[in-house]
Design a protein around this ligand. Sequence first.
Ligand code: SF4
Length: 510
Amino acid sequence: MNKIHRKTAIAETSDILLAAYDQGESFHWGRYEAQLPLCAFTANGLSCRKCFQGPCRINPFGDEPSRGVCGADRDQIVMESLFQATLDGVLETARSLALLDERFPGGNLPDAFPELPRETVKRLTAEGVLPVRKEDLFAVQNSYFSSKAYLGRTLRDLARLGLIHYRLLKEMQARFESFGRELPVFHPEGVNILITGQAPLPALNGLVERAGERPGGKAFNLFLEPSKAAPGFLTLADHGSPELALAMNLDALLIGADASFPALAGLAEKTGIPVFLAEEAPEKVLDLALQHHRGRSYLTSSRLLPAPPGMNPGPLDEKKEEIRGAFRSGDIQGILVVFAEPNVKQSFFARSLDLAEEGIRRGLLVLIAGAISAQVEPLSRELTRRFGGTPPRSPLLYPGSFYDIPNWVPFFRELNSGRGFDRLAAVISFPEFYRTSTWAAAVTFLSLGFAVQIGTPLPFWGSPGLTEILLKQWPRVSGGILLASPGLPDSQTQAREIGEVMETRKGGKA
Ligand code: SF4
């Protein structure tokens, strides 16, 4: 594997990678290298599988073929790719919600958005985006493929999808809050079980109860993967990928139906870790995990740790009063949310760290959110090193996972005295990610009117016409700004971009 030491910006992760590599395992990185070179058509969104006359592709260099079999050109095909990726992302969240609560698909989502600033509601209503209902998921099929004149309407449907996604996240958060579960104690010498994907609630409950009932025996740590972090459960600080957990002291793996890592089962079996589907009988899971733990056959000597307990719920809640004061007095110049999960095309955490560092230097409130927030401790250590060994003046805060977005939005509205988010000195940055549901979260923030920055290569830039629409029409539809471009800027350029947004919006800051 090439340049293994550059696969991650966190030194301790490199150690695990190197140790696993010595044992013949190269995880995502080996498989990524086997894929190279990537298909230039698909990488630019210029391939289409919408119907069975295809798949079709458009030459990204201007040669033939310039149209699909049906006659669709690059703009139409890229818009279709973009639309389908956004819809897939929203449906991924809907699927997680349905797994968590089987009553969900029949239930309704309220169509009011009390947390949205009044001027944003007015703008979205004038654009025909609001009102929006869960049923609109079935109505926003991209039927506008027929004519390029419809591309603008597709953008409005993307906004509708973003708002539906917000409502789904809110439902998810409400379900978790209703559990009222205390965060369990982490046992460093305990038996470690990782649950990937969204396990159905009865399965989760069964496992938690049975693990707690075992008298006088070994304690069990039940971890959720960071992208599914939920209040009342330990979240695994997995160095950016559950595959790395397999190289540490993991004793059993439970795979949910919607888990994102299809190689996990095979890798776990190869390393002797018992694997189960999420609905497996709890007793069997606990027995075999204990048996593995007693054998102590782990790939490396690295040890699993939970994410900081503050993730459940985030210390943002405890710090709100302080933040309000600092924002109003000008001690905080603006807000940078670094919302990320590592993508194998980028050195894990590198761009996120660069942007967080710049945010701290600029006196911004830096919130580390999404799956990456499970790694906030090694990230903070790395930032301390960058600041010459002194912890940065304002520490990184972690407002929680994906499902906590609806918690922050009303707080941001309050900080901005109820004005539209297009007048808030804030950037929601996605420096690295790979899941379509994370892209759907970016669309959600755009739909709410935030400035959203993308730092990962996306397959949507093969159409100059569509790029123009995406960059110019969000401000009209919702007030949002998309900071992204076909030639991905380096992190220094993106840091400057954040500074420019802050400067422009300072006047609108409360
Ligand atoms: S480009 Fe047209 S013909 Fe080709 S797959 Fe897409 S919809 Fe079908």
